[in-house]
Design a protein around this ligand. Structure first.
Ligand code: GRF
Length: 245
């Protein structure tokens, strides 16, 4: 596929946290929000690969947003670490290519990481999004996609990282929690923050009710953040992520 070179990550091969992706000037001109557009994807749309492990409501929010060509992106593929999940069914229903790479299929975690990297790479993503993907990727994946691999977490990082962000926030007794979209690095939920949204904790919240409210905020934040990134470009310098110029 012929791609506008302005899309290319300036330092795509660089594993460090100094990188930038330029804004797609040509597409902004042709597909500004005020124009009425048929729903078909511009060849200049950014390509997203979304990784899921569960119900995939964040994926669905992205699929819905991408139905409008002015969003500036399309989901090229959905990857998973397990079969039989609603997230994969959502992708199939939308006619999106899917792939599954189970850790247990590979002799080592590194082999799995390399296979996941190759699978994602085959779809030439501009941005890879972990949307409820319950696996930590390894060095090969980060060497290939560092600086353009983002994740969403149901807490205000650096508070409450890890698998139990909702439970830990409730257990601590905080009055405000929320969600964080961040650049993935080699740690657990430790990468540079891109965007955050706050969600009040109610006195009678349990894990399920709080997670549902956080997920409403999370879906909106993820869609808004991905949209801005693909339309305006972004840069990462150390821990500072800036969207736009
Ligand atoms: C989200 O809250 C995400 O942050 C967490 O798992 C949930 C995934 O939800 N890691 P869904 O699969 O997108 O519905």
């Amino acid at each position: 596929m012929a791609r506008d070179p302005v899309w290319r990550l300036a330092s795509r091969e660089s594993p460090g946290w100094t990188s930038s992706v330029a804004a797609p000037a040509r597409r902004q001109r042709e597909y500004g929000p005020s124009r009425e557009l048929a729903v078909s994807h511009s060849p200049d749309s950014s390509r997203l690969v979304v990784l899921v492990s569960g119900t995939g409501t964040n994926l669905q929010a992205l699929l819905d947003a991408c139905a409008d060509v002015s969003f500036g992106a399309r989901v090229a593929a959905v990857g998973a670490d397990r079969d039989g999940i609603a997230g994969l069914r959502r992708a199939e229903a939308a006619g999106i290519a899917t792939f599954t790479r189970r850790v247990s299929e590979f002799p080592s975690r590194q082999d799995w990481d390399q296979a996941l990297t190759a699978a994602c790479e085959s779809f030439e993503p501009d941005l890879v999004i972990s949307a409820g993907f319950m696996k930590l990727v390894g060095a090969d994946f980060l060497a290939r996609f560092g600086g353009r691999f983002i994740n969403t977490h149901p807490a205000l990082l650096p508070s409450f990282p890890g698998m139990q962000g909702i439970r830990d926030a409730l257990g601590y007794g905080v009055k405000v929690t929320g969600c964080t979209v961040f650049m993935v690095d080699a740690g657990t939920d430790s990468g540079p923050v891109i965007a955050q949204a706050a969600v009040p904790v109610e006195d009678d919240d349990d894990e399920a009710s709080l997670h549902e409210r956080v997920k409403v905020a999370e879906r909106a934040l993820l869609v808004q953040t991905v949209g801005r990134m693909v339309r305006e470009g972004w840069s990462v310098q150390g821990r500072k992520v800036r969207i736009g110029s």
